[in-house]
Design a protein around this ligand. Sequence first.
Ligand SMILES: [Zn+2]
Ligand SMILES: [Zn+2]
Ligand SMILES: [Zn+2]
Length: 270
Amino acid sequence: MLMRVTFLGTGTSQGVPMIACDCAVCASPDPRNKRLRPSIYVETASGTCFVVDTTPDFRTQCLVNNLRRVDAVVITHAHADHIFGLDDLRRFNQIQRGVIPIYASADSMESLRRIFGYAFAAEDSLRQGWAAVEPHILDGSPFQIGSATLQPFAVPHGKTTTLGFLVADKDGSRFAYITDVKEVPPPVETLVRGVPLLILGALRHTPHPAHMTVAEAVQTVKHVQPMCAYFVHMTHELDYKETNQRLPLNTRLAHDGLRLELSATGVQEV
Ligand SMILES: [Zn+2]
Ligand SMILES: [Zn+2]
Ligand SMILES: [Zn+2]
């Protein structure tokens, strides 16, 4: 089995369409202009599945993509658009009859405990039928989910930081996921340079203090030199077709439901 990445959501915090907006992208009939909050689902070569972030759209994303398992949860940071669907993990606790490991920075875990305290009582949470997670604090060391090794790294995101991840499976396939990022610092650039697949946050054209613009993200792709790059976390400023036409050949906007298969030699849309 090859490692697979499914884009559960490619939108910014408000999603696209945005509530009460009549702009051309929000009104567009193109399904690739409909963006739920940002998250990916990863199936490793060993069949273990994990989700990166549990967005406010997590339930919808599970239904639309027919997700049947979540063996682990990885959290980039504790902003609302990345964590507020955590409660819907309870269904997977029920199906899998177990507590689900969750990996986050110490700061993010503290926020998760404050908001979803009831999910941290392990077997008791499970018995009550609540969401039940087993916390694993990320201190910068690599960790294992199934056959995949994840190397976390911190990147600046306005007043806070986000964890990005370099994911490597046992067959040599690799990708990097960096959402909610203002810039990729040189040591991270060195770490991910030449990775076959780079998934990168690119908010819009207008500058933002905590996110990269499309132009900044294109510059970052040039430095990192991946085989291919997909942008995520987009606002309604970016029309899928029109924006893609102006991007370099190896770079595209991702869209909800897009699925990629990775091998040691490349990346393929499936
Ligand atoms: Zn976000
Ligand atoms: Zn709009
Ligand atoms: Zn954020």
